[in-house]
Write a protein that binds this ligand. Structure first.
Ligand SMILES: Cc1ncc(COP(=O)(O)O)c(C=O)c1O
Length: 415
């Protein structure tokens, strides 16, 4: 580990670029590609005992086996595929906030003064505003390019290759994905049939497998269940770093546990502007950390991880708490209406949710994938699952009342 300083230039025959070199022809360039290399990395033996270089050989072995994360399709691509204008698509597949941010955000972006200057690496304005919003001192808060960046940053700071994390599926799949990127092993402790955590099994696994950290989500994506204080405290008593992802906390009745990081040295709480403030496209997340941990995240993070536009937008959104509250109330009201309506659909079994989405089992001979595809043809996007724990389930994000009306109309046409 560490850096090596080369003191003799003469020992280097191919590192430094030389701008005065004569240009080389494509043929010569091709021949050069087949030159034997000093290192065995990235070299393949051919039948002519020449050595051939293929780029993937430079990639770390665990990443060569990595399956790519399956993100949702961007609006424009979706629009072309479905042959519909973006505004004619009812997008209920990614738990975005259809109301978008308050008007202050558009004003702030429109009058942005210094887009050509690098952003504040410490996001000072935003952290001060978040401190006021959360009641937690700014020293405990770090902002990121979405909560997603912070999940990866935490893993990069905590995990050595081969270290273990505990994941409690079904849950947000980024934990498993980022663990794979960071060459960590994932120990899965599945949730019970009501999607609550299996705390006893978690305790056993922590004792036997000695994982470095556990990722918990409250409300959990995709079912919307929450973690109660008693279960959380039991897990916090274990010798493991607990990362509590509260991306959807605003839609639940429970208060954020951000302030708990002052009492629990092994707790990190993550939040985001993507859901509460309708800023998913601008990428702003934040985390609350014990002081003994945050210091290392500051050292390891990319200096300009929160863009000028992202910080400006998040600060502007926090200037209008009344709007954020109103939008949250509208989504919670709509969630309750949608739940009751979905209960009346003969082939769906919706689960009560504390978030801005509702998970539904698909039954009575209807196929979850087919249902998703039929709705997509009508311009309504929902998420379907085909992996082990959730095969035969769909998740529907809560939209505006008119989105619910169109969805219900389409569901009637499907059956
Ligand atoms: C549980 C959970 N955490 C984090 C995120 C990502 O948040 P962000 O948009 O801030 O990266 C999501 C996104 O859907 C999520 O479901």
């Amino acid at each position: 580990m560490g850096a090596t300083q080369i003191s003799s230039i003469s020992s280097l025959w191919s590192v430094k670029s030389n701008h005065t070199q004569r240009p080389i022809s494509p043929i010569e360039a091709n021949q050069r590609r087949f030159l034997p290399m000093a290192s065995t990395v990235g070299v393949e033996h051919t039948s002519e005992s020449k050595q051939r270089l293929t780029g993937d050989k430079f990639i770390r072995p665990h990443l060569r086996k990595l399956s790519p994360y399956q993100p949702i399709l961007p609006f424009e691509v979706l629009s072309t595929r479905l042959g519909r204008k973006p505004e004619d698509i009812i997008k209920l597949d990614a738990n975005e906030n259809p109301y978008g941010p308050p008007p202050e955000v558009f004003e702030a972006l429109g009058s942005m003064k210094f887009p050509y200057i690098y952003p504040d690496p410490e996001s000072r304005r935003l952290r001060a505003a978040l401190s006021e919003d959360s009641g937690l001192e700014a020293d405990h808060i770090l902002a990121g390019c979405g909560a997603d960046e912070l999940i990866d940053l935490i893993m990069r700071c905590v995990l050595d290759p081969g270290d273990k994390i505990v994941d409690c599926p079904p849950t947000f799949t980024m934990y498993e994905f980022d663990a794979a990127v960071n060459a960590a092993d994932v120990i899965k402790v599945p949730r019970k049939s009501d999607f609550s955590l299996n705390v006893e099994l978690i305790a056993d696994v922590v004792e036997k497998e000695k994982p470095k950290c556990i990722f918990l989500t409250s409300p959990n994506n995709p079912d919307g269940s929450i973690i109660n204080d008693e279960d959380l405290l039991k897990i916090l008593d274990l010798p493991v770093l607990v990362v509590l992802d509260e991306a959807y906390i605003e839609f639940s009745q429970i208060e954020s546990r951000m302030k708990w990081v002052k009492k629990h040295e092994n707790l990190i709480v993550l939040r985001t502007f993507s859901k509460r403030a309708g800023l998913a496209g601008l990428r702003v997340g934040y985390g609350a950390f014990p002081l003994s941990i945050i210091e290392y995240l500051w050292r390891a993070k990319q200096p300009y991880n929160v863009s000028v536009a992202a910080e400006l937008s998040a600060c502007a959104a926090l200037q209008n708490p009344a709007y954020l509250e109103k939008v949250k109330d509208a989504l919670v009201r709509e969630r309750e209406r949608l739940y009751l309506l979905l209960k009346g659909v003969p082939f769906l079994n919706p689960y009560p949710s504390h978030s801005n989405f509702i998970l539904c089992g698909v039954k009575s001979g209807m196929d979850a994938k087919k249902l998703k595809e039929e709705l997509a043809k009508m311009g309504v996007m929902i998420r379907h699952y085909d992996k082990k724990e959730l095969k035969g389930y769909v998740r529907i994000s809560v939209g505006m009342p008119e989105h619910t009306d169109i969805l219900m109309d389409c569901l009637r046409r499907v059956c």
